[in-house]
Design a protein around this ligand. Structure first.
Ligand SMILES: C[S@@+](CC[C@H](N)C(=O)[O-])C[C@H]1O[C@@H](n2cnc3c(N)ncnc32)[C@H](O)[C@@H]1O
Length: 270
């Protein structure tokens, strides 16, 4: 417990209702997968791609409302995350340019943009456009372009995860497999593999990681397994239920992560 903030807890609330009680500078990093505003009324998301056919109330905004919503949560995240903490934000072309613009307007230091390539993306059934097979992740430092310094990047861990070579910003990772959905499905569930990689390269053991739109809880599930503290916020009971069940079970870490995680202290102390 740090003042009004409880760690290793899922807040089943609206983010804006809980964050106001949290102290400034109390969380090490934020890794978040917000609504992308890509849902369509009939669920025909990506131009009939069948890839993702989202029709979710939590993912449907008028454009101006989406911009206001995004600015408001980013401002709150920046307040509660420590200066120079890492902020990772997922998106696709539906929202990522808006998110990038907001971050630039707020003068955040962008560290990297990461492309998540999904080799098992489903074909586009219209044959009128390229098959969407990527998502984007913006990695920002919680400070201004000019002042940002000493953000966490576990360079040697990243190298170890990539067979001794420098890690690039293109990550080839399939969708969350069936075994990760055995406690229920979330339409935007992120794979354990992507969150393990992010957490291993961009946080230290015992750091507190926030996911303020946590869905089925992938961030917290992985953080717990990797000996990090976590805070998740999700306002839909059906999703917090999945997250709670996942947190009680043991996550199967990808082989490479397991191997590097076992040597984490040794690598970090070099
Ligand atoms: C893209 S999904 C996150 C999926 C998650 N990464 C996973 O692996 O399951 C975004 C989530 O944010 C939740 N959400 C949207 N607006 C919210 C708000 N204002 N407060 C709390 N949760 C919210 C939605 O219910 C949805 O489950």
């Amino acid at each position: 417990m740090v003042d009004g903030l409880e760690v290793n807890k899922i807040y089943e609330n609206d983010f804006f209702d809980v964050v106001r009680d949290w102290p400034d500078n109390s969380i090490d990093h934020c890794m978040v997968d917000p609504p992308y505003n890509m849902s369509k009324e009939n669920g025909l998301g990506w131009a009939f791609s069948s890839h993702v056919t989202m029709s979710e109330d939590w993912d449907t905004f008028e454009r101006k409302d989406y911009l206001d919503f995004s600015k408001a949560w980013i401002r709150e995240v920046a307040r509660v995350v420590k200066t120079n903490g890492n902020i990772f934000i997922f998106g696709t072309y539906h929202n990522i340019y808006d998110i990038g613009h907001i971050l630039a307007e707020m003068d955040f230091r962008i560290i990297n943009s990461i492309v998540w390539f999904k080799p098992n993306a489903q074909p586009n059934i219209t044959c009128r456009l390229l098959t969407e097979s990527t998502e984007d992740i913006i990695w920002a430092c919680n400070n201004t372009e000019e002042k940002a310094t000493k953000w966490t990047f576990n360079y040697e861990i990243a190298k170890a995860l990539n067979n001794g070579k420098q890690m690039r910003n293109m990550w080839r990772i399939p969708y969350a497999p069936k075994r990760e959905k055995k406690f229920g499905k979330h339409p935007a569930q992120k794979p354990v593999s992507i969150m393990t990689r992010m957490i291993m390269i961009a946080s230290k053991p015992n750091d507190i990681i926030l996911d303020n739109f946590s869905g089925s809880g992938t961030t917290g599930v992985v953080a717990k397994q990797l000996n990090r503290k976590w805070v998740m916020v999700e306002n839909k009971h059906q999703y917090t239920e999945i997250a709670r069940k996942r947190l009680q079970a043991t996550v199967e870490l990808p082989e490479k992560i397991k191997e590097v995680f076992e040597k984490e202290d040794e690598i970090l102390s070099k």
